[in-house]
Design a protein around this ligand. Sequence first.
Ligand code: SF4
Ligand code: SF4
Ligand code: SF4
Ligand code: FES
Length: 829
Amino acid sequence: MVTLTIDDKQVTVSKDATIYDAAKAAGIRIPIICHDKKLQPFGGCRMCLVEVEQMKGRQIPACTTPVTEGMIVRTSTDEIIKARKMVLELLLLKHPIDCPVCDAAGDCDLQNLTYEYQVNTNRFQDEKFNWKIDYENPLIERDMNRCVHCGKCARICDEIVSFGAYSFINRGIQARIGTEFDGPLNCEFCGSCVSVCPVGALISRPFKFKARWWSLNKVKSVCSYCGTGCQLTLGVKNNEVMTTIYDENQGFHNGQLCTRGRWGYQFVNSEKRLTTPMIRKNGKLEPASWDEALGLVAKRLGDAKGSPDSLAALVSPRLTNEELFVMKKLFKETLGCDNIDHAGGYSHKALTAGAKESLGYAGSPSVIADIKKTNLLLVIKTDAYETHPVLGFEINLAVKQHGVDIRLLSDKKGKLSKLPNAQTYVHKAGADLLLVNAIAKVILDESLHNAAAAQAIGGFSAWQQSLANCAIDQVAAQCGVDTDTIKGLARDYAAAEKALIILPTGMGYPGHGKEMAQAVINLALLTGRVGKEGCGVLILGEKNNSQGAADLAIYPTAGGKEAQAILAGCAAGSIKTLFIAGENPVVSYPNRSQVEKALDAVEFLVVSELFLTETSAKAHVVLPACSFAEKEGTFTSVGGAVQRINPAIKAIGQSRSDLAILNGLFQAITGQPAYANSAAAFLDLAATVPGYAGLTQAGLGDNGAIRAVSGTATFVPVPAAVPTSEAGKFALVTGSALNHCGTLSLYGEGPMLVCPAGYIELSREDAKAVGVKDGETVKVSSATGEVKLAVKVGSRVPKGLVFAPYHFADSSINTITSGNAITWVSLAK
Ligand code: SF4
Ligand code: SF4
Ligand code: SF4
Ligand code: FES
């Protein structure tokens, strides 16, 4: 620790601190423009100049100067004030000073500092810049005339996003931020650069001229897309979510968001929102009152009480914990119906079956913070970046700033493969399980495991025995990764002081869940790495509350039907009433024609939804539901963080929260509501759901709390099938597109502007063989159907493998997939 004096105040800070950090710790404000706590020190703007007595009063930047023992610092002498005024005069020299039409006005460091330092004249004179403004992308307007050369955009895009879209071009006074070949911006559109730009040089186009910054009501909440659980602040005016507001103090991610979180909010106020209940009359959905709609549904559910097998529910893991809890109470406890499931019945299995059996709880033993604390990250599938982009930022930071060694076991390369020293072991499609078992076998054969820890865990001998016939040479030939590489990877994993495995899951990954989770948990148990900091396994539930749905057991637990069996029951006529809350199985579950047949066949289909989706359009009763921005409650993120969402706007039209809808049904059936409000539901939840004990909504505050996990671990043998192939066909794997999450983002203007439709990715070699070029359309056919998709040609996928995202309703990929991890397809021009 180091003690120094700043403006006559003594402060003791760590020896790695800068003068700026020390001043902040002492409650002394030093103005900054180019400094950002998340980024490497830059020292470009000189706004933070201070004087240090030992340096004979020299002016030095506080943000880059380390503290030394006994330092005496002055932050606001007359000379310093003069110097800062001059910095501002120089910054204003070529700046257009067009604050009246600048979206950043009120939230602009240059404007605020100019006001604070009363720079109302300028001793210097020069012509203004006349750089062409970049309007050529849908989301970010780039006006370099307003730029103050702080470099934050280039630094965040490089250091955190790891995209590297910007750099300084030109020299001297002509220097400015430019893109590759100075062309229009074409990047992943996360908006991180917009969030850190201290002026209006980079602004959000969807928000432009919508509202003044100071007129917005700012409401803290949590992103409702993926399971990363990014906290966000909604900017609200006139009952409309106008934008997301950057707050660098929010969450583990310092306020950074991805395209969906930053620009996907428009679904909340979409004109397509359902505003009134609807009842099908004479084959047509007609507006109805809540009393009529709820009465009809309650009667149907109540009548089914005696025959719960005729009833089923498919529930979205986007609902809050409280809503899921009431759903479970209504179906499982009140109606005696265990036919309840979510996420296709398979995308939660890594947690609800794999981890549950291997660890004794349906969750990960690790948390997001472990990513930066580990030494070696073993990521299964490069898709972890696409499924959970801001968690991907954490991976980028771990590798680039903390020197974490990253290894990727994947059927294709991806963005994470480009990280410094990243090694991607590209295996044949469907060989991941085989490979993970082989790594375990090498560790066992070479006695690299933690024998004491492993032998103390149940099932060790049986599991070891299950690997007896695993011959590494044979596996190498089967999976396409050579023997030495497998052995090298196993040795590196075993030797790392701390190692963390990341396993993405989701609707795009059928057949990938339970066994993969168990195989990687076996690896972590073998090396004694479960329950240690920076170690273990992090299973990435797909949606905002996938982990909550797993914790609350929103799946059959007493012999009921899983999602696919529920749909089969609908088609066969044994299930007569199906309640769907927020799911869109027609687009997101495998085998679209079968899903449609099932929904067309069921006698009574009720859907609570925000939109008239491909699924709700088939319903007999449609109940308009509120979005996350209109209700309160909690979501549980992938690392087990339970976080609060807060109502930012009043309900759209007559829509009601799923809690209110379910409470209404509960009251109609039992004579009383399930709970008075969401806080009361959470209290009961905390009293009954393992790990949530002691938590209250109020106690969660703005930061949330990690719920506890506990259970008895056991080794579970996981037989791995040898990958197959079909002559002349391509292995189609599905997954997530970077800008989308589920089907909700189809209603978000931002994601749709940058990624409006489905596509199929194939290698250059295969594109040439098929005779298609980038952007052209290809006919993709499988045993179950055919779709036409735009072609993306690139180096990400290997020869013989093609990839397609699953989100899109038009030419939906589930037309040709049927729930296997790999679908064999033919491609034709
Ligand atoms: S939007 Fe994201 S990827 Fe694009 S330039 Fe900005 S920081 Fe980089
Ligand atoms: S565009 Fe904004 S963030 Fe980038 S250098 Fe200019 S002022 Fe800084
Ligand atoms: S979609 Fe996921 S990663 Fe992106 S902002 Fe939302 S929670 Fe974060
Ligand atoms: S904030 Fe310190 S030099 Fe810019």
